[in-house]
Structures are given as C-alpha cells and as structure tokens.
Design a protein. Sequence first.
Length: 281
Amino acid sequence: MEIIKGIAQLKSLVAQAREAKKSIGLVPTMGALHAGHISLVNRCVAENEVCVVSVFVNPTQFNDKSDLAAYPRTPEQDAAMLEKAGCDIVFMPEVEEMYPEPDTRQFAFGALEQVMEGPYRPGHFNGVAQIVSKLFYAVEPDLAYFGEKDFQQVAIIREMVKQLQLPVKIVSCPIVREADGLAMSSRNQRLNEEERKKSVLISKYLFESRTFAGEKSLAETKAFVEENIGKVDIFRLDYFEIVDGYTLQPVKNWEDADYVVGCIAVFCGPVRLIDNIIYKS
Ligand code: PAF
C-alpha cells in the first residue's frame, strides 16, 4: 500500500494503473475510520483492480469552525486499517495541497440542498462538491463509494456528477450499525458515557417507527419519532423528515412516492448525529 500526499504523485500512480487497463475505485473519507468506512473499502477492493482511499478533513464543508477543530484525526490508525483491508493507495493530502488558493466555485443543487441538512449547514454541500469534484478530477475513478448514512450527500454527489458530466458511477452502500443499532460515525468517538448510552434511542425509535408506519398515517409516524426523541433530556432535534428518496422533498402520504425514507439529525449533548430509515423502496 502506498501512502501519498501530493496530487501529482497520485495522478501519476493512477495513470500507470489506467495504462495497464486496470479498473480504479475511490472511497473518499475524512478519516477516523470505523467499520462503516471499511465496508466501503471492502466493496471497492472486491469490485476494482485498484482501490484508492482518500483521507482528508475538508475544511470547506464545515460551516462551524469548532466542529472542524473537534473532528477526530487518527491517521496512523487509519493507515493500518486500510492496509489490512487491502487498499492499494491512500491519499492523505495537507489542506494546502487541495486548496493552494481558495476554491470559489459555487454549485447549485436546487431543491436537493434546500431541505434537511441544507438550512442547518449553509455552504456544507458546496464544500462537499468542491472536494469530491477535486478528488474525481485527480483520480478519475470508474466507481466511487459513499455511505447511505449521509443520505442527502449521496443525492447531491449524484447530481454533481450529472452536472459536471463526469464518467464515474456512484455506488451507495448500506449503513453499518453498532451492535445496539447506533449508526456508525466518526463523531460517535466524541460521545461521553451517558451520551453514548442514550444515542441508541435514535435508531431504536426509527426502527420502531417502521413497525408503527405499517398501520398509521405518515403524519402520525412523523409525530411518533419527533415526540419520542423530544422526551430524551440530552437530545435536541434539528429535523426529522419523511421524504421521497429520489427528490428528497417531504411527502405527505405513504402513496406519494415509491421510495420513502425518514431522515433525522439530532444533537446528543454537543454531538450532532444523523441517521435514516427506509420505509418503502
Ligand atoms: O462523507 C464524508 O466523509 C465527506 O463528506 C466526504 C465525502 C469524504 C467529503 O469530504
């Protein structure tokens, strides 16, 4: 496994692979890797001849500077996990390498970015599009892998690929959960003992709401989750929306869409967690 810090070196390595007619897969990450990331890497290794993983905490997607400062960074541990998973190339650039000058590009994702995370994290998806497009230009992967925990991010990246007409196929992979149901996230490392214990209630109420949804209206199901989450003293709900899984627009009735997903963002103490559940697909 090669660990690379420069874009020029990365481009020359992937060019060699492409010349040898090898397929190239990319897993973009911000590091602090966990089993969820490794599930993406496993899939990338299985489906491509060369697996590239980027590890870069991208400053332009953080609207809150304290969140950026608190984001966990574990490069040595990440490299060891990636080596074990069979990754070929790890790209770990410094900020100056990715942003030698400010990226002034402004993407427009319309209604996709005006819901859920959009209003709570202004500029976030623009920053995600900036870094992911830079990575796509550098690696030119055949396939790129993203986790479905960031449900809205996957939709935005698909839209970006469409707008930029990039020849990459986006592969979305299911959420990986802890044994008790909590969706795996690098942010979970920041939960203290009480927060970690109570954080499980997010997935618990989402799972219960799926059973509940079998007999109840969409509005009742939404209220069920909001009310139960609202009862947990250390939670502060940003949103729980039940949306069309393609357009991300809220739906009013179960019959309004073929693909229906419930997406939640909730502060557990100081740590903002997101999760989602598929009601219908
Ligand atoms: O999902 C993430 O970890 C990040 O948003 C991504 C896609 C690596 C871009 O920085």
